[in-house]
Design a protein around this ligand. Structure first.
Ligand code: SAM
Length: 325
């Protein structure tokens, strides 16, 4: 079991398998994004070796993300490798573009469930937000994932003023007809897109008002107890809850149990702080398992309590696609 200096048990690892993506969402990265050369990224073997060490240190929950994990050529064998290490809680965050063709092999390899990012049901707006995305392909991916049992399926929506703030009720209405949890993620500032994220952010309060004006009252679920990082509500007669992940205005740092491994093998201790520790360089330099585990434990110990946005500390070294959401 690994603990940080505040006594939090860190047992949830998010792995950004690649920084590459087949979309260019306006709040995530610039269109002319520079990607790291493959040689600087973890190979399948390096990634699985680090995962094994994390599992030996008590990690029992893993989320694969990116960039876009489905553009990684070794995604399926990596999932199989993680499952063979005994991890059962394996999930993935994806933009869904390749999900229709990959859902079945992903399930067979051991993936438990998926979160699909979907910010609007309007094809034109979807293209404007994602720059390269195609809504019909993502919807086909969502249905395919549901059909093979990559469930409970969650939809992640980021709301950006002037792009999709009019669409929040349409997304919420999905919970009336589908068992898909729709979650609104508050936009966060990172590096090159920090200014945009701050200018275009839409508050949870406004999103709730817009939903209630069209669809009726939202009832708090479970007295507001967090489900992971989300506070849940329900529309009357719905099949699934609606979640709000308001990292900036309503942080859940006290219950944080996660660290993030970036595609270039750095352990990022807090999503919104630049503090990281290099694992890939020592691994490539011949470090033993015991050395690497000691390094991981030391890094986890130095995990900061929480983010520094209220004090104006904005992470500048990476954008979201290089960290993994
Ligand atoms: N490509 C995958 C996807 O689209 O789901 C996984 C990586 S993406 C970085 C993970 C999540 O981060 C997505 O749901 C995306 O909408 C969200 N995201 C990206 N930039 C963000 C930002 N500035 N603030 C909040 N969420 C952001």
């Amino acid at each position: 079991m690994a603990y940080d200096s505040f006594g939090r048990n860190i047992h949830y690892l998010r792995i950004s398998l690649t920084d590459k993506c087949n979309m260019r969402c306006v709040y995530c990265m610039p269109e002319d994004m520079f990607f790291r050369p493959t040689a600087e990224l973890m190979s399948r073997g390096e990634c699985l070796r680090l995962v094994r060490l994390f599992v030996e240190l008590g990690v029992d929950k893993i989320r694969l993300t990116g960039g876009e994990p489905t553009v990684h050529p070794d995604l399926i064998p990596i999932i199989r490798g993680i499952r063979d290490l005994g991890v059962r809680k394996i999930s993935m965050t994806t933009n869904g573009l390749r999900l229709a063709e990959l859902a079945k092999p992903l399930k067979d390899a051991g993936l438990e469930r998926v979160n699909v990012s979907l910010d609007t049901l309007n094809a034109e707006k979807f293209h404007r937000i994602t720059r390269w995305g195609k809504l019909d392909r993502v919807m086909a991916g969502i249905y395919a994932a549901e059909a093979v049992g990559l469930t409970p399926l969650k939809i992640n929506a980021v709301v950006a003023r002037g792009f999709n703030d009019d669409d929040v009720a349409d997304l919420a209405a999905l919970t009336l007809t589908h068992r898909w949890q729709v979650r609104y993620i508050e936009m966060m500032p990172f590096g090159d897109v920090a200014e945009f994220a701050q200018d275009a952010v839409v508050s949870q309060e406004e999103i709730m008002q817009r939903i209630e004006a069209e669809l009726g009252p939202l009832e708090l679920v479970d007295n507001g107890r967090l489900d992971g990082e989300a506070k849940l509500y329900r529309l009357k007669g719905s099949l699934a809850p609606i979640g709000f992940i308001s990292t900036v205005t309503n942080p859940f740092c006290a219950t944080c149990s996660r660290v993030r491994l970036t595609a270039d093998g750095k352990l990022r201790l807090c999503l919104l702080r630049d503090d990281e520790g290099d694992l890939l360089t020592p691994l490539r330099g011949g470090a033993s398992d015991a050395d690497l585990k000691k390094r991981i434990e030391g890094l986890i110990w130095r995990k900061p309590w929480g983010h520094g946005l209220p004090d104006g500390v904005i992470p500048m070294q990476r954008v979201m696609s290089q960290i993994g959401g």
